[in-house]
Write a protein that binds this ligand. Structure first.
Ligand code: SAH
Length: 487
C-alpha cells in the first residue's frame, strides 16, 4: 500500500501584523499539525498557531548555520510522513519573491498534495501604511515588482530602460543594499531625476519608517534615516503620500506595553503612517496552568456573576478552557460582565455576549454602576483579573477574585529615550511604574505623554509627569484617538 502522506499548505502570513493575515490562513494555522517558518515571521503571527502544532524554524540562518534550500525541501517532505497538515509559512505572499519555486517543485516530484494560500505582500501593506496609490488610471497604468537583489547578488539581469519606458509605478523589494545603484541606473536609463520615490521599511510593524524623496535623493535620505531591511522602494511620477497631512504621520510613538500588546498597537499606528517604537516594559505571565485555577473553572457556575476585566484575561481564560477540554458551558447560568469594549469584543469572539458592560471602563466605576443597577445583596461574584489589579469590593455582594495572569517587569533594552520621540504612551499604571524604575522623569522632558485613562494618569502624576492627553475611551483605539485629536 502506498505510504499515506500529509498535505502541505504554502501559506502567506502577510506583513507580520496579526490583523493582516487572511481568514483562511488563520484557520489553517489554528488547526495544523506542523509549521515550518522563516526569519521574517514574528512573534505575533507565531502566537496565532494552534497549541498542538510542532514549530520548525527554517530561516536561512539557523543558529549561526546557513540552511540550504535542499535542506528545507527535505524537512518539508519529512514532515508530511508524520503529520496530516503541514504549513510552510512565508512572509507576505508565498508567490512573490518567496522562493517557493524549489519547494513546490520538490513537492510535485515527491507527489505530495499541496495548496497555496495567498498573503498580503509587502508592497500592498507598505502602500496602505504610507498612503501611496500604486496604479492610477491617469498617471500609472502598471505596477512592476522588481527584486533589488538577484540570485547572484548582482543587478545585471534587470532591464532598466524597459522599466523606465513603462512609465508606471516601479516597486523594488530587497532594495536597501543596492538602492543607490538602482536609482542611478534608472536615471541613466532616462527616468527624470525628480521622479517621486518613497521607501517604507517594516511596513505595518513596530519601527515602520517612511522616507519620502525623489529618485535622485532617496538613497542619501535613507542613509541619514538609517533605513534597515526589510524595506520596499516605490518609484513613480505621482509617488506621493495621501496620508502625509494626518496628525500621526511620521510621528515617533514609543509603546510601553508587553511585546504582543506593542505589536498589536504598532499595527494600528503603522496604518496611520506613524513610526511605532516598541519598548516593552513588562511581560505577561499566564497563571491559568495552576491547580487553583482549574478548581476555579470547576466551580465557576456557582457564581451569580463572573467578571472579565481585560481582553488578555478573556483570551487566556478560553485558551485554558481548551487545554482542559472544556467550553463556554462551564459558566452554567452565571451572568457575565466585563470592563471595556475591547474585553466585550474578545468575549464575543468566544460566542459570549456580556450581560453587563459599565459605561466607564475603570473597576471602581464598574462596581458603582453595577451596585446601582443590580443591588447585588448576597450575590456571589467572581472577578477574573490580573494578579496586580487593586482589590475591588462590590458592596453587598460576596466578591472573590481569581488571578488569570500577572505582569512582570523586564529589563528594557533601551538605555535612553531618543530625543526625536514625539509621543510616549502608557496603557496601564504598571507600565508607568516599570518605566520610571528605569528612566527618570527628566529623561522624557519635552515629549508628549499619552495616558489610557484616569488610573494611569494618577500614577504618572506620582512621578510628576502630566500627560498631554488622556483617552476618553480607555482602550488602545481611544488612546490613538486622543493623540490624533491633540494639537
Ligand atoms: N514574500 C514576501 C517577500 C519576501 S522577499 C512578500 O510577499 O512580501 C523579502 C523582501 O520583502 C524584503 O527584503 C523587503 O523588500 C520586503 N518586505 C518584507 N516584509 C516587509 C515589510 N514589513 N516592510 C517592507 N518590506 C518588506
Amino acid at each position: 500500500m502506498a505510504e499515506r502522506r500529509g498535505k502541505v499548505y504554502m501559506v502567506g502570513a502577510g506583513p507580520g501584523c496579526m490583523g493582516l493575515i487572511s481568514a483562511k490562513a488563520l484557520h489553517i494555522l489554528q488547526h495544523c499539525d506542523c509549521v515550518l517558518y522563516d526569519r521574517l515571521i514574528g512573534k505575533e503571527i507565531l502566537n496565532l498557531i494552534g497549541q498542538n502544532a510542532e514549530l520548525v524554524y527554517v530561516g536561512k540562518e539557523h543558529k549561526g548555520d546557513v540552511r540550504t534550500q535542499e535542506e528545507i525541501n527535505k524537512i518539508l517532505i519529512d514532515k508530511t510522513s508524520r503529520h496530516k497538515v503541514v504549513v510552510r509559512l512565508k512572509g507576505g505572499d508565498p508567490m512573490i519573491f518567496g522562493r517557493a519555486t524549489e519547494e513546490i517543485k520538490s513537492l510535485i516530484e515527491n507527489k505530495i498534495k499541496f495548496e497555496i494560500v495567498p498573503g498580503i505582500t509587502a508592497i500592498t501593506s507598505a502602500a496602505a501604511c504610507a498612503g501611496i496609490i500604486l496604479t492610477d488610471r491617469n498617471t500609472a497604468s502598471s505596477v512592476t515588482l522588481v527584486t533589488g537583489q538577484t540570485a547572484e547578488g548582482r543587478l545585471t539581469k534587470i532591464d532598466f530602460p524597459s522599466l523606465v519606458k513603462l512609465n508606471g509605478t516601479i516597486v523594488f523589494y530587497m532594495t536597501v543594499e543596492n538602492m543607490k545603484l538602482i536609482c542611478q541606473k534608472l536615471v541613466k536609463a532616462g527616468m527624470k531625476a525628480d521622479t517621486g520615490a518613497i521607501i517604507v521599511a517594516n511596513a505595518s510593524l513596530a519601527n515602520q519608517k517612511i522616507v519620502i524623496g525623489t529618485v535622485s535623493n532617496i538613497a542619501q535620505k535613507c542613509i541619514i534615516e538609517k533605513i534597515q531591511p526589510p524595506a520596499v522602494l516605490i518609484i513613480g511620477k505621482k509617488c506621493t503620500s495621501l496620508l502625509s497631512n494626518q496628525t500621526l504621520f511620521g510621528k515617533k510613538v514609543l509603546m510601553t506595553r508587553d511585546v504582543l500588546g506593542n505589536a498589536e498597537f504598532a499595527c494600528k499606528l503603522a496604518a496611520r503612517g506613524a513610526q511605532a517604537i516598541s519598548c516593552p516594559m513588562f511581560e505577561i505571565e499566564d497563571l491559568t496552568g495552576s491547580k487553583d485555577f482549574k478548581h476555579v473553572v470547576e466551580k465557576i457556575k456557582n457564581y451569580d456573576w463572573v467578571f472579565f476585566t481585560s481582553p488578555t484575561g478573556v483570551k487566556l481564560f478560553f485558551k485554558s478552557l481548551k487545554k482542559l477540554k472544556k467550553d463556554g458551558r462551564v459558566f452554567g447560568c452565571s451572568k457575565i460582565g466585563c470592563i471595556g469594549s475591547e474585553t466585550a469584543t474578545a468575549l464575543n469572539d468566544y460566542g459570549i455576549i456580556p450581560d453587563f458592560i459599565p459605561k466607564n471602563f475603570t473597576s471602581v466605576d464598574m462596581a458603582k454602576e453595577f451596585i446601582k443597577k443590580y443591588k447585588p445583596n448576597g450575590m456571589k461574584i467572581l472577578l477574573l483579573r490580573s494578579a496586580l489589579a487593586e482589590k475591588l469590593e462590590i458592596k453587598g455582594a460576596v466578591t472573590e477574585t481569581a488571578a488569570i495572569y500577572t505582569a512582570k517587569k523586564i529589563e528594557s533594552s533601551f538605555s535612553k529615550i531618543d530625543e526625536n520621540v514625539d509621543w510616549i504612551t502608557f496603557g496601564s499604571s504598571f507600565a508607568v511604574k516599570c518605566f520610571f524604575e528605569k528612566f527618570r522623569p527628566e529623561d522624557i522632558q519635552n515629549r508628549k505623554i499619552a495616558s489610557i485613562g484616569p488610573v494611569t494618569t494618577e500614577t504618572l502624576k506620582k512621578y510628576s509627569v502630566k500627560p498631554a492627553v488622556e483617552a476618553k475611551e480607555h482602550t488602545i483605539d481611544g488612546l490613538i484617538e486622543s493623540m490624533e485629536n491633540s494639537k
